[in-house]
Design a protein. Structure first.
Length: 245
């Protein structure tokens, strides 16, 4: 079991001026870890009616979650589960503390459950939910060898790996380590490493029936239970400077 708290690091330097114990880490950044990736399709009709699980409570109250600032059009979605080995910083995305439970199963698969800290009435977000927001059981596809892969290659099939992030509301970090931002930014993360195909069982049932928010049957409406994704072990993620847009 491991818990992970990521810090938004693309804010302006002035956001950190009163925090002598928090170092500013300028990009580019190199991060190493195991990446579990699933690409899936979001129809426009589904994007027009996002479920409650689409936003955490903090982001749900911000301007970018309202129709007045724009609306999602659908297209290719991605779920990434990342177990960092080295992670000195992380990037400008909405994030919250969560407890991650990993379990190795007798058939060679492993199950991950994510218990968020921001779905209870506790404003300090000190404790995890008793039910997981997300769970999946992942298993390598047999008889398929590993192969080298880079997400940068997706551009050759018309898929952009760029990540566009909205202004973030200020979080509840006690020492002020989770500042807000006031502009949209874009970055181009690249992940490289040896890759395996895996199957994912994304049924959200079990002894902890339901989800912490939304009670989705398979985490995301219409996503279905069984999928084929990728596992990149000991892969390297590179993040260059972000651009304001």
């Amino acid at each position: 079991m491991e818990a992970c708290c990521n810090v938004t690091m693309m804010s302006t330097a002035s956001s950190w001026s009163d925090q002598d114990d928090l170092a500013i880490a300028r990009p580019p950044w190199t991060l190493v870890g195991d990446f579990y990736i699933l690409y899936y399709w979001i129809p426009a009709s589904q994007a027009a009616n996002l479920p409650p699980v689409a936003f955490s409570p903090l982001e749900a109250a911000s301007g970018f979650a309202h129709d007045s600032s724009g609306r999602p059009l659908g297209g290719i979605g991605i779920i990434q589960i990342i177990r960092y080995h080295t992670s000195p910083v992380d990037w400008n995305i909405p994030k919250h503390l969560a407890k991650f439970e990993w379990e190795r199963n007798h058939d060679g698969s492993q199950t991950v459950k994510v218990f968020p800290h921001d779905t209870s009435a506790d404003s300090s977000e000190a404790n995890p939910s008793v039910r997981p927001l997300f769970r999946a059981t992942m298993k390598p596809v047999p008889y398929v060898p590993s192969f080298p892969f880079s997400t940068d290659w997706l551009k050759y099939v018309g898929i952009s790996s760029r990540a566009v992030h909205p202004p973030l509301p200020e979080g509840k970090g006690s020492p002020g380590e989770i500042p807000g931002t006031d502009c949209w930014r874009i970055c181009f993360p690249t992940i490289k490493g040896w890759t395996d195909f895996i199957t994912l069982d994304m049924a959200q049932g079990g002894e902890d029936q339901g989800a912490a928010a939304g009670d989705g049957e398979n985490f995301w409406p219409g996503l279905g239970r069984w999928h084929v994704g990728m596992r990149m072990k000991d892969a390297v993620m590179t993040l260059g400077p972000a651009e304001e847009i």
